[in-house]
Design a binder for this molecule. Structure first.
Ligand code: ARG
Length: 284
């Protein structure tokens, strides 16, 4: 069981090159309401969403990461939230199977993208929303349930990947996906590091997180409400919402470099930087 060693602010943080899949929000709007952030009567500015998305992509490119893109499909306004499209670990693709019919076609679309590129894909039998609810850290996979992903998917995921899957129960509808309540800062098995917002989890899951990550950063209400935990880390640089006013200095204290990226227009759909970013983890 990985246990984080005590925090050492002098620990040099090491970035590792990442490969991301993203989907430009060409058809972005809030057309339906499937989470408390979405208000379909509110105006959305697709051009602003696109420019915020391009800024995010350019940050990744400037950091030396690889960004691939999937063609956006008309009528799928949430397709920009690429993290939900699948989970890829050790080069194995576990497809998404969405809870809401509005997003259902995204699962096969993302799976096809991977199949077309020669990945081994597993079509999920169980409801799961990809990396939105499934976050590998070290040798473990943390998996959320409560709002979107079914617990039965956690067992399926363990069978498909061979990794131990830790089920975490989400209890606050604002933090309906695991990646809105917990950020993986360092996925290195030798020193896994996370930040999370404890009240988003059931008491039993809070206890489990404390056991696994005694040294984790705890986000504040303000951080969580800005979707500050929807952050993307390469092990050293953390792309984080500018509204994460407590989390950003806490990250810097622990030796991370924070990069504020404004994704406010995409927040209207209930997502931030991490939601827009699906990590492709190749064979180790
Ligand atoms: N409107 C989308 C939904 O409710 C937002 C998804 C955000 N993605 C994420 N990885 N949390 O499904």
């Amino acid at each position: 069981m990985p246990v984080s060693p005590a925090a050492d602010p002098s620990t040099p943080r090491v970035a590792t090159p990442r490969r991301y899949l993203m989907c430009e929000p060409v058809h972005y709007t809030v057309a339906y309401e499937i989470n408390p952030w979405m208000d379909s009567t509110r105006h959305t500015d697709t051009e602003l969403a696109r420019s915020q998305w391009r800024t995010l992509r350019d940050v990744y490119l400037d950091l030396g990461h690889t960004v691939e893109t999937i063609d956006p499909i008309p009528g799928l306004p949430d397709m920009v939230y690429a993290a939900n499209g699948a989970l890829i670990v050790d080069g194995i693709v576990y497809s998404a199977r969405f809870r809401h019919p509005e997003r259902a076609p995204e699962g096969p679309a993302y799976e096809k993208w991977f199949a077309d590129r020669g990945f081994v894909t597993h079509t999920a039998a169980e409801v799961n929303e990809g990396e939105g609810d499934i976050l590998p850290v070290g040798d473990l996979i943390l998996a959320g349930t409560g709002f979107r992903t079914d617990r039965s998917a956690h067992a399926e995921l363990a069978r498909v990947t061979g990794h131990e899957v830790v089920s975490l129960e989400l209890v606050d509808a604002r933090y309906y996906h695991l990646d809105t309540a917990l950020a993986v800062l360092q996925s290195d098995a030798a020193d896994p590091q996370v930040a999370y917002f404890p009240p988003a989890f059931s008491p039993a899951s809070q206890e489990r997180l404390r056991e696994l990550f005694p040294d984790a950063l705890h986000a504040t209400d303000r951080d969580a409400a800005a979707l500050g935990l929807n952050a993307v880390s390469d092990g050293r640089h953390v792309v984080v919402a500018p509204g994460a006013v407590d989390l950003a200095p806490a990250l810097r204290e622990r030796g991370y470099e924070t990069i504020p990226v404004d994704t406010s227009e995409l927040l209207k759909g209930g997502g931030g930087a991490k939601c827009c970013t699906l990590e492709i983890r190749d064979v180790p």
